[in-house]
Design a protein around this ligand. Structure first.
Ligand SMILES: Nc1ncnc2c1ncn2[C@@H]1O[C@H](COP(=O)(O)OP(=O)(O)O)[C@@H](O)[C@H]1O
Ligand SMILES: O=C(OP(=O)(O)O)[C@H](O)COP(=O)(O)O
Length: 393
């Protein structure tokens, strides 16, 4: 990496504005997965142990520039204190006189969690005034928020133009692992794209077609392709205005000699839930009033064979509604194939990682990235603004 990291600077006695990605899933105010907090611990510990005054800044959810009580950073701050076994203070603002007073009261090695940066409208607009307010708090900026590195926001890029800016250990590790895999990808190189964020993910496919040998489609994404090919998809997930695009990808794949794999069968359901009527049908026979909620067993077999022959696999997005056991087999089958293969396996995206956890296969994957969108954009070959803004070596 040609960017400076916290290894390259002296932090003793310095106030360090550290951007982390504490955007963790919450249910009724309780953190259901603290992976991202644990992933930031090496940087936080390093800074504290080396005598920095550590400010931690993060977004949580998408509060759209307003204070949303449930999205305060209190729960992540509390979890961090538990994980560190050390006092962690939290303030209810992210800049200004009150925050400055708290900083003045800190001693070297103390940790202070700031409020959700997305409570301020300037954050996502990358407002230079807000960036200056953040910068005014600190001597150094550390970006360890790989999961938000594809966002050009005030706390990820704006501040980096104001004070010395370096990468944290998590940022460094993610870039190193993903960079190594993509530099000279081992082949066959396979990408598996699924999930429900059809709009977000469909654009990624175009760039991936320039890189991969096999592109596997699953999850809700598959049915826009099926519909575009003229198949009946019933009530399955559809992004109607993306059908032309889907067809153009199929054409591009053919021109490039990329093996584009789509489901050959599906588990369809009459309703949504564990106990609704369901059956396996060929992809050409989805009943007009049923919904496809998982890939079928023949598809799992087909995909597993391709995975077994691959040397590098990136996986983003589950193959079906894996949260319900009735529709989990497709995702489980693909995860198992990945676990069994010798391929270097990279998983990105909260739900895919959660699926690997659910099936107890997470520790058999080569790398589980803390960033879904960020890892996809990196693999596409895009420059991540949060990285670009850091100081060069
Ligand atoms: N066939 C399908 N129809 C509807 N939803 C689906 C289907 N397949 C997968 N999903 C849903 O997609 C969600 C995950 O999508 P997404 O957020 O895009 O993935 P990730 O977080 O891994 O990037 C899961 O909650 C899952 O239930
Ligand atoms: O959860 C995140 O993204 P991801 O679901 O793509 O991994 C990051 O925290 C970025 O959040 P954002 O997509 O609201 O900017």
């Amino acid at each position: 990496m040609n960017k400076k990291s916290i290894r390259d600077i002296d932090v003793k006695g310095k106030v360090v504005f550290t951007r982390v990605d504490f955007n963790v899933p919450l249910k009724d105010g309780v953190i259901t997965d603290d992976t991202r907090i644990r992933a930031a611990l090496p940087t936080i510990k390093f800074l504290a142990e080396n005598g920095a005054k550590v400010l931690l800044a993060s977004h949580l959810g998408r509060p759209n520039g307003e204070v949303v009580e449930e999205l305060r950073l209190n729960a992540p701050a509390k979890r961090l204190a538990d994980l560190l076994g050390k006092e962690v203070k939290k303030v209810d603002e992210a800049y200004g006189a009150n925050v400055k007073a708290e900083i003045d009261a800190m001693t070297d090695g103390d940790i202070l969690v700031l409020e959700n940066v997305r409570f301020y409208p300037g954050e996502t607009k990358n407002d230079p005034e807000l960036a200056k307010e953040f910068a005014a708090l600190a001597d150094i900026f550390v970006n360890d928020a790989f999961g938000a590195a594809h966002r050009a926001h005030a706390s990820t890029t704006g501040i980096a133009h104001e004070i010395p800016a370096v990468a944290g250990f998590l940022m460094e590790k993610e870039l190193e692992v993903l960079g190594k895999a993509m530099e000279n990808p081992e082949r066959p190189f396979t990408a598996i794209i699924g999930g429900a964020k059809v709009k977000d993910k469909i654009g990624v496919i175009e760039n991936l077609l320039d890189k991969v040998d096999n592109l596997i489609i699953g999850g809700g994404l598959a049915y826009t392709f099926a519909k575009a090919r003229g198949l009946e998809i019933g009530k399955s997930l559809l992004e109607a205005d993306k059908q032309e695009l889907a067809l153009s990808f199929l054409k591009k794949a053919e021109e490039k000699g990329v093996n584009f794999l789509q489901p050959v069968d599906a588990v369809v359901a009459d309703g949504f839930g564990e106990d609704v009527p369901r059956k396996v049908v060929p992809i050409t026979e989805i009943p007009s009033d049923w919904e496809a909620l998982d890939i079928g067993p023949k598809t799992v077999e087909l995909y597993s064979k391709v995975i077994a022959e691959s040397k590098l696999v990136i996986w983003n997005g589950p193959m079906g509604v894996f949260e319900l056991n009735a529709f989990a087999n497709g995702t489980k089958g693909v995860a198992q194939a990945l676990a069994d293969s010798d391929a270097y396996s990279i998983i990105g995206g909260g739900d895919s990682a959660a699926a690997a956890e659910k099936f107890n296969l997470a520790d058999q994957m080569s790398h589980i990235s803390t960033g879904g969108g960020a890892s996809l954009e990196f693999i596409e070959g895009k420059v991540l603004p949060g990285v670009e803004a850091l100081d060069n070596k």
